[in-house]
Design a protein around this ligand. Structure first.
Ligand SMILES: [Zn+2]
Length: 85
């Protein structure tokens, strides 16, 4: 999980239960965490029911021309599979 995703998740907690006293501290800790070493994954855009989704995380990009999307915007998988464009 990226720092940005973590910070977004913390903000979501803030919005739901109003716990700023605690989450602000957690937020500072997250900002100091070392960067994640990404695991390189290769997948493809799976065409199911007329729409494309990531073969790894099932994310459906809003962007229509998936041939120009080289990576899944949700999980970062590189799209190289047979069904990709
Ligand atoms: Zn994905």
């Amino acid at each position: 999980m990226s720092r940005k995703a973590m910070l977004n998740a913390i903000t979501e907690i803030d919005n739901n239960v109003n716990m700023d006293i605690y989450t602000n501290e957690v937020r500072e800790i997250v900002k100091e965490l070392p960067p994640v070493t990404p695991i390189h994954k290769v997948g493809y855009w799976d065409k199911t029911g007329g729409s494309f989704r990531c073969s790894e995380c099932m994310h459906m990009p809003e962007f229509r021309d998936i041939r120009t999307l080289k990576y899944c915007s949700n999980c970062g998988t590189e799209m190289k599979g047979a069904e990709n464009g």
